[in-house]
Each structure stands twice: as structure tokens, then as C-alpha cells.
Ligand binder design. Sequence first.
Ligand SMILES: Nc1nc2c([nH]c(=O)n2[C@H]2C[C@H](O)[C@@H](COP(=O)(O)OP(=O)(O)OP(=O)(O)O)O2)c(=O)[nH]1
Length: 390
Amino acid sequence: MPPRRRPTQQPAPSSAEANVPEEGDLDVAAASAVPPPQAPVESSSPEPGPPAEAEEASDDFTPLATERLILRPYKPEDAAELHRLINDWMVTRNLAAVPFPYRRELADEWIRSAAESLRQGTAYHLAVTGTEGEREIIVGGVGLRVDKARKTASLGYWVGQRFWRHGVASEAAARLARWALANLDLVRLEATAAHDNAGSVAVLRRIGFRQVGEGREKFLSLNAEQRVLRFQATREDLFGGPEPEVEPESCGPAPAGSSPLLLVAACALIDADGRVLLARRPEGKRMAGLWEFPGGKLNPGETPEAALIRELREELGIDVAAACLAPFAFASHRYERFHLLMPLFLCRRWKGRPQPREGQALAWVRPEKLSEYPMPEADLPLVPLLRDFL
Ligand SMILES: Nc1nc2c([nH]c(=O)n2[C@H]2C[C@H](O)[C@@H](COP(=O)(O)OP(=O)(O)OP(=O)(O)O)O2)c(=O)[nH]1
């Protein structure tokens, strides 16, 4: 779930804090927010294979914007400001991996290693910036450390003391978490918070994380172990399950106690090499981050073929003739709030080159690799059928 807006609980920020967040609740960093700057740079190379192709090319990571903040890669010139904000006992005492005092050179090293791991796709550590008048200011940091083998990433964040109590951590952490699940090859996110760090626990809960257990972690600043609470979030936690947001027009009448029927037409486009086009549901849609066959809901009175021709033009910018759509199979799947009936067509001829018109990632996938792409539950029975057929 996205962070819920709350009324401001604190007095309006002073002029020095104009344009930085105004939202309530204490922002204190999660335990694992910032790995030690002296930590060796992770060296595993990006995994080969198509899912990784959809990940952001780290050399040109596009900053992530929220209502009030920009999350962007650190720059070498941020070091002095970073040092000033983080060399603060009130901040570091909540961070598992940051020593105190925090030497100035560590900030330079940290920025170098953050750039390197961003380039390799092993971690996404970003400066959280706001504006003061016309000037950009750093207000904190947010980061994700990726464990490619487990398809998980751990989320952390910290906020400079001056900017506490304005909802910065929730806004920044929610943005990075949602971006990651929609764009990276991950099945879930993890985070920990010191058991007595009520601010950080509130942030994690507010942005959709669930507590899954407890443990102990070494805190560098305390030079001691602390009891920590462990949290997780899946796509379903952050984006919701596969439910139509409004009762769709294409749902038939539903007798009491049964789910409405949702008709969706989908298409496996097959190229000359026998590869199938999958599209990744973009951020903002339910089930964001899952790969699907292009297509969409039928409008009232539309045939599946007409809906598909329209959707393929809207989503991919290609023209398909009804005669080129061969009925292949269908999915009939009960989701929690509706029953999906989805004819799947095959298509080998179209005009134009498929382009991601709606910000979705696209991947041409060999049939034997289809099962490596996380797909909506309804599609799972279609994958072996398609693989055997192709
Ligand atoms: N296109 C497509 N939708 C699928 C697949 N598998 C699956 O469960 N679905 C579900 C996800 C959605 O609940 C529903 C499609 O609805 P949608 O909201 O994406 O369709 P749309 O393109 O008409 O969406 P929108 O413009 O209204 O946002 O079908 C699939 O392989 N392809």
C-alpha cells in the first residue's frame, strides 16, 4: 500500500526548511540503512538473462521523484554534506552499519563504492534531496542492497536530524521500494529496525512492510548487538493483488456470493526466432513487476480480437489484422475479487516494431526461458502449453 497521507502533526517547518517535507511522524533510520563505507565493493556481475535487461542501466540511473523529494545517485561533491548530516550520534545510533564518529574520508569512500555497486546492479544507494529556495539540499539517504541469488533486497534509510518529523523516510523508502519491485528481478524486500526504534518500525509498517520475526544484529556505532525486528514486503503488499480497482465494464453480472467474470484478451507475439514478447506491468498498476502477455480488458460490446487489436496498438504501437490472430488457449482463473477468463492468441505477423508505449519493459523470451519470468498466477498453466507448442 502506498504511504497514507497524514495531517501535519508538527508546527510548519521553519523557513530554513521550506519545501522539505511537512508530514508527521518521527523519521528514524532503519537498522541496516547504510552499509559501512569501508565495506568492499560487491563484485558479482549482473546476472545474464533477459529479466536483468529490464533493470535500470546503472550508468544512467534515472532519478526517482516523489511529491517533495528527488532520489538520485550520490555525487562526489555530496561528501561534505553527507558527512555533516550523518556524523551525528542521534542518526548513527540507529544504523547498524555506520560507525561513530564518522570520519570525513569515509564519506568519499562511501560515494565511490555506492557508484560502483549501482553500476553493477548490486546495490541502489541514493541521496534523498529536497529544495531550499532554489537550492538542492540533501536531507538523507535511502538504499537497497540486492541479493541476486535469493531475489531479495534489503531496504535501509536515514534522515538528517534537522529533517526529522516530516515524513521524509516514509516518502523516500516507499518510492524506492515500489520502484524496485516493479523494475528489478526480486520476489520480496526485507528490512530490519532496532526493536526500540519506534519511528523506523512505524515507517516500515506505513509503507506496507509486514513484521515477520526478530533477530539480533551487530550495530557498529554501539559496538554491540541489538535486538532487531525483521520485516518483509512482496509485490502484493505494496501494489495489492490482482483486483480490478473499479467494477470493470467487462465483468458480467455476478450472482450473490460469486465473483464477477473479467474478460481480458491477450496475445503471444512470436518473432522469426520463435521468441515470445512479454511485457512487464509498470509501476502504478496492480501486480506491477510481473511479466504478462500484452493485451487488456474488453470494452463493452468489443470482441476479443477487436480488443486485442486496440490494446496492441495502444501498448506497443503495432498494427495487427484479425486474420493474423490465431486462438491458442485460454486462462480461467479465480482471483480473490474476480474470475479471469483470458483467451490467448498467437500472432506471428504485425506491422511496426513493438515499442513500450506505456512505460512498460519488454522482453523477447525463448520458450524454454519463459518460466524464469514471474507472471500472474492465471498465466502459469499457459507457459508449458506455449513452450511445448513452440
Ligand atoms: N494483459 C494481460 N492481463 C493479464 C494477464 N494475466 C493476468 O492475470 N492478467 C490480468 C491482470 C489484470 O487484472 C487484467 C488485465 O487488466 P489491465 O488492467 O492490465 O488491462 P488494461 O490494459 O485494460 O488496463 P487499464 O488500461 O484499464 O489500466 O488481467 C496477461 O497475461 N496479460
